[in-house]
Design a protein around this ligand. Structure first.
Ligand SMILES: [Ca+2]
Ligand SMILES: [Ca+2]
Length: 162
């Protein structure tokens, strides 16, 4: 008779852990998503997005101050002296309509954090990068080769818990 509550407890715990998101090694968990910083190799914006897609994600999108603060606080500053330079690619672009910014992951482009004087579309800048030093954003030349941040959904599975 004592077995029943124990079994129930195991099942409930199992279901609860299945609801938690997990990230593969090298990816950082925040909320339901995993983030990966590529700061060793550089790519132009399009090839950076293609690489994130091959990892079942997209270049990063940000939707709140909290999400951005987590990234800038936890990880961004570690890469200030990284070989890939002063900024990293994100998933924003206005290459379809000038000034009509969108995210490659299809999420709504609402939260913004432009660096002073930007976006300026200087010499036709249509791709979004984040300054490693302060977390502010710049519209940037898509052909520039930079490091980048990928984002993808965390895995929800019971493989670790049941
Ligand atoms: Ca532009
Ligand atoms: Ca700019």
């Amino acid at each position: 008779k004592m077995l029943f509550p124990l079994t129930l407890w195991i099942i409930i715990n199992c279901l609860l852990s299945a609801l938690d998101s997990h990230c593969a090694q090298g990816w950082l968990l925040y909320g339901d998503h995993c983030y990966h910083f590529e700061t060793e190799a550089v790519k132009n914006w399009q090839n950076a997005e293609a690489h994130c897609t091959s990892e079942q994600g997209h270049l990063v999108s940000f939707h709140s101050q909290e999400e951005l603060s987590f990234i800038t606080g936890e990880e961004l500053r570690k890469h200030i002296d990284s070989p890939t330079g002063i900024s990293l690619w994100m998933g924003g672009h206005d290459s379809v309509t000038e000034g009509g910014w969108e995210w490659t992951d299809g999420s709504p482009f609402r939260y913004i954090r432009w660096n002073a004087g930007n976006p300026d579309n200087y010499d036709g800048e249509d791709c979004l990068s984040i300054l490693v030093s302060n977390g502010y954003w710049n519209d940037d030349k898509c052909e520039n080769k930079r490091g980048y941040i990928c984002k993808r959904r965390g895995e929800k599975s019971c493989s670790n818990c049941c």
